[in-house]
Design a binder for this molecule. Structure first.
Ligand code: FAD
Ligand code: DLZ
Ligand code: SF4
Length: 508
């Protein structure tokens, strides 16, 4: 009996379920760099280099542990370009009796895998992805019969089920489940933010970078400098650096944005978690330990852990519960084309310029940049969900559809009409001004509400509410804004319409 064990580019964990029960002398592990994966959207150059380098390092580790690994490089002359054809080649060349693979992260890849049994006449065993704490079945049970899902309630269940930050009486540590109200500070004066983790590219990474420069020249983003961790050991150093140097301030400054400070006090581990170089459990344990050792306060530790056992698991649960319909949703029937400046960064709106250029440089932007600047603008200007999704899937090194789609369609665009979030995260310029220093050096004035010098977020916010009145006025969380709008003078209302029309005329 010979088993082919397929390991995908986001399954780079030694504990991956597809390796359970492996017969080292007989079974073969297949890993392949394929053009189809690298181009189904034109991923940021850094993302491709990161995945390929991490895959090659992982394959070397498996070989050193004595496994038989078949590794197809992108430029191997025999590379067929797709997972299916690479599987077919291996079945033929190695007379395989069975295929084992861990549940993939994306719906489209699962469909492909499920077709192999009939196509190739070989049984396919798709195993649970045990790297996540909750199974998809557990999530579906929790969601059953709930018309609207709320992350907060799911998160509390997770805290209880896994005894995370709970006291001896099974109450949340400190008496509260959530310390978000303490997590909205903006640093006063100059601050010295510790640097993010940086590794020096080794020979494997340099080879991959040359390949990316050669084959994906026209993809978005800067390849250099390339400093991501590409092994589990390096990713652990990155995690520990965060725990020791930034976790302390993570909570307080979680929502803050500062010009030319792309990394702030965030962890920068989503790339590693999502491709398997780090496991959620090791990140949670490290943060919990920091709390008990007195290295970080509860608001930071709780906030960080909530992102991982709350948001990350919740988002994944929704993706698998609602696919494939979820990718088609468009509650507001938004249809505007994505403005060109999302690719170039060439805009007078300083917040967007900063966030796009940092994204281009780092294949990273932190949560509030994605949500309240890039996402908020796409929402209030009515950009088509499919184009916004394509952009977010393309530009970030941590982007896979399971996590990108619910964040974009559910959280920022409200395309699901409120299944994931209770109200659209729409905001005018004052929110951005409160949480950033972007407005200080912007061409527009955040204080002005109308006219050519006014911050576009200010009138677009109202225009968005007016355009979608029918759909939002009955939502208790937005109804109050309509009452405010109704009290405005006609001049004010006309100015909102006029400025918005002029603005859209110019961005196309
Ligand atoms: P931290 O702020 O340090 O948070 C710690 C970890 O919590 C992250 O590494 C991540 O694994 C997890 N996390 C936090 N928020 C979320 C969330 N909303 N959903 C899922 N996991 C979360 N995250 C991705 O991993 N891939 C994406 O493609 C992605 N697209 C996004 C698109 C939009 C429009 C928005 C609003 C958010 C998106 N996120 C995505 C969530 C979040 O912005 C990133 O996980 C986070 O910015 C990664 O940086 P970090 O590791 O420094 O996170
Ligand atoms: C993101 C990515 C890229 C760019 N290339 C590959 C690849 O060539 N081979 C591979 O196995 N995985 C790659 N990945 C990660 C996959 O897109 C990911 O495994 C699937 O989308 C399932 O989540
Ligand atoms: Fe952005 Fe408006 Fe502030 Fe300019 S003034 S940075 S457009 S929020």
């Amino acid at each position: 009996m010979k088993t082919l064990r397929l390991i995908l580019g986001d399954q780079l964990s030694h504990s991956i379920s597809s390796l359970n029960g492996i017969d080292k002398t007989n079974d073969v592990i297949l890993m392949c760099e394929v053009m189809e994966e690298a181009t189904y959207v034109k991923h940021h150059k850094k993302k491709i280099a990161f995945i390929f380098s991490a895959m090659r390092h992982f394959a070397d580790e498996l070989i050193n542990l004595g496994y038989k690994v078949l590794y197809t490089k992108l430029d191997d002359p025999t590379n067929s370009g797709t997972f299916s054809k690479e599987i077919e080649r291996t079945i033929i060349s190695h007379t395989v009796d069975e295929i084992v693979v861990t549940h993939p992260g994306e719906f489209r890849v699962l469909q492909e895998i499920l077709s192999w049994e009939i196509q190739y006449g070989v049984p396919v065993d798709v195993r649970l992805d045990t790297r996540f704490l909750s199974t998809l079945e557990e999530f579906a049970d929790w969601a059953e019969d709930r018309k609207q899902l709320r992350m907060e309630y799911f998160y509390r269940e997770m805290r209880k089920n896994y005894s995370i930050l709970m006291d001896d009486d099974d109450n949340p540590l400190g008496g509260k489940w959530n310390y978000d109200s303490e997590n909205r500070k903006f640093p006063k004066g100059r601050i010295n933010i510790p640097k993010t983790y940086e590794s020096e590219p080794d020979e494997i990474t340099l080879e991959v970078m040359a390949l990316v420069n050669n084959k994906f020249k026209d993809h978005f983003g800067n390849l250099e400098p390339f400093n991501f961790a590409v092994t589990h050991d390096q990713a652990l150093v990155a995690l520990n650096q965060f725990i020791d140097q930034r976790l302390h301030n993570f909570g307080d400054y979680q929502d803050a944005m500062i010009e030319d400070e792309p990394w702030m006090y965030h962890s920068h581990i989503s790339f590693y978690l999502n491709c398997g170089l780090l496991l959620p459990r090791e990140c949670i344990e490290a943060a919990e330990r920091a709390y008990y050792d007195g290295k970080a306060p509860l608001n930071s530790v709780e906030g960080f852990i909530r992102q991982i056992i709350g948001w990350r698991e919740y988002i994944r649960g929704i993706y698998w519960l609602k696919m494939p319909e979820y990718s088609e949703l468009n509650f507001f029937n938004a249809s505007r084309d994505l403005p060109e400046f999302y690719w170039t960064g060439e805009t007078e709106m300083n917040c967007l310029k900063q966030c796009v250029s940092e994204t281009k440089q780092n294949a990273y932007a932190h949560h509030i940049q994605r949500l309240m600047v890039l996402g908020n603008f796409a929402l209030i200007s009515g950009v088509s969900p499919s184009q916004v999704n394509e952009w977010f899937l393309t530009v970030y090194a941590d982007a896979y559809e399971w996590v990108e789609l619910p964040n974009v369609s559910g959280m920022i665009l409200f395309s699901d009409g409120g299944y994931l979030a209770s109200k659209p995260y729409a905001a005018g310029g004052s929110y951005i001004n409160k949480m950033s220093d972007y407005c200080d050096s912007c061409t527009y004035s955040v204080k002005k509400k109308s006219g050519p010098e006014a911050c576009p977020f200010n009138y677009l916010y109202w225009d968005f509410l007016v355009r979608n009145r029918e759909k939002l006025s009955s939502n208790p969380r937005t109804a109050m804004m309509y009452r405010t709008y109704d009290r405005m003078s006609n001049d004010k209302k006309n100015a909102i319409k006029y400025d918005s029309d002029q603005f859209f005329l110019h961005i196309g």
